[in-house]
Design a protein around this ligand. Structure first.
Ligand SMILES: [Zn+2]
Length: 85
């Protein structure tokens, strides 16, 4: 079956980086889309991908924090019922 494209086994191609002519079949495409010769070919550097950033976990499951006791209500000791037998 005939393909849509010629195989290119007799063709040459220009490297996108150094501009030299190379056999078409030796040209490789880099991660950024550049079609370069074998000498110019570089893999993507890992630091080009940003690190995964996640938030630190702070909340506790079933937390039981200390509490501040409310001040004693002084009106409870000075009312109508005080002093009765
Ligand atoms: Zn090149």
């Amino acid at each position: 079956m005939m393909g849509l494209f010629a195989s290119g086994k007799h063709s040459q191609s220009i490297c996108d980086r150094c501009g030299m002519a190379y056999p078409y079949l030796s040209i490789k495409e880099e991660w950024n889309g550049s079609r370069v010769c074998p000498e110019c070919f570089e893999t993507k550097h890992p630091q080009l991908d940003p690190p995964k950033v996640t938030a630190d976990a702070e909340a506790l499951r079933d937390a039981a924090p200390d509490r501040t006791e409310p001040a004693v209500d002084s009106t409870a000791y000075d009312n109508f019922f005080n002093g009765l037998p």
